[in-house]
Design a protein around this ligand. Sequence first.
Ligand code: HEC
Length: 217
Amino acid sequence: MNKNSEKISGWKRFLKSMTKAKEIENEEDIMLDHDYDGIKELDNVLPPWWLAGFYITIAISIFYYTQVFFNSEKYSQAKEYATEVAEGKAAIEQYKKEHPELFDDSNIVALTDDENIAKGKELFNTKTCTACHLADLGGSIGPNLTDNTWINGENGGVKDIYTVITKGGRPGKGMIAWESTISREERIQLASYIISMQGSTPANPKAPEGDIIWPKE
Ligand code: HEC
C-alpha cells in the first residue's frame, strides 16, 4: 500500500465514522419489510455528523435559556440598550466639547473672508431669500437688510441675524425658520453675507423697520 492510498483509506474511514452508512453490499441487513409498489426502505442510523449538530443546538439552547432567563442581571436587552444609548450620548457630548464652534451658538462670529461671503451671496440667491428681500437686499415683502434698523433680536449683530434665519421672524410675518432646510454653516454664511452688505445702497430701499439700531451710528 503506498502513502497515497493510505491517505485515501484514512479519509474514507473518517467519512464512514461520520456517516455510519452501510456498505452497499450489505444493504440487505437493514432493508425494511415494507414494499411500496416495489419501492423499499433502508433503516439507516442517523448520521453521527448530523446528530452532533443536533446535540450542539440542544446544548446551546440550554445555555441561552439559562443566561436569558436566570442571568438577566448580566444579559438584559433593556440594559444593553440603556448602556449603548448612554455611551452614544457621552460620545455626542465629547464631540460637542471638542468642536464648540459647531454647536455653541453663543460664540458665533461673522465670517469676513471672500470665500464665505461669496458662498453666503450664492445661498441668498438660491435659497429664495431674494424673493422677499430682493437681490440687492433692499427689501419688498421682507425688510431692507442693508440699513441699520432691525425688527428681531436684542442688540442686533451676527447672532441676532443668525437667530432670525434659524428660528424665523415674528409669527405670521412670512420669515420662516430655515433650521431644517439650511445647514448651520450655511446659515452663518448667510448672516455673514448680510452683514457684509451693511450700508450698501439698494436701488429701491424699503423704509427702515424695527427699533433695534445696529451698528450704532
Ligand atoms: C416669504 C418671504 C421671505 C423669504 C423667502 C425670506 N424672508 Fe427673511 N424676512 C421676511 C419677513 C416678512 C421678515 C420680517 C419678519 C418680522 O417682521 O419679524 C424677514 C426678516 C428677515 C431678517 C431679520 C430682519 C429684521 O429686521 O429683523 C433676516 C436677517 C432675514 N429675513 C433673512 C432672510 C434670509 C437669509 C432668507 C433666505 C434664507 C430669507 N430671509 C427669506 C420674509 C422673507
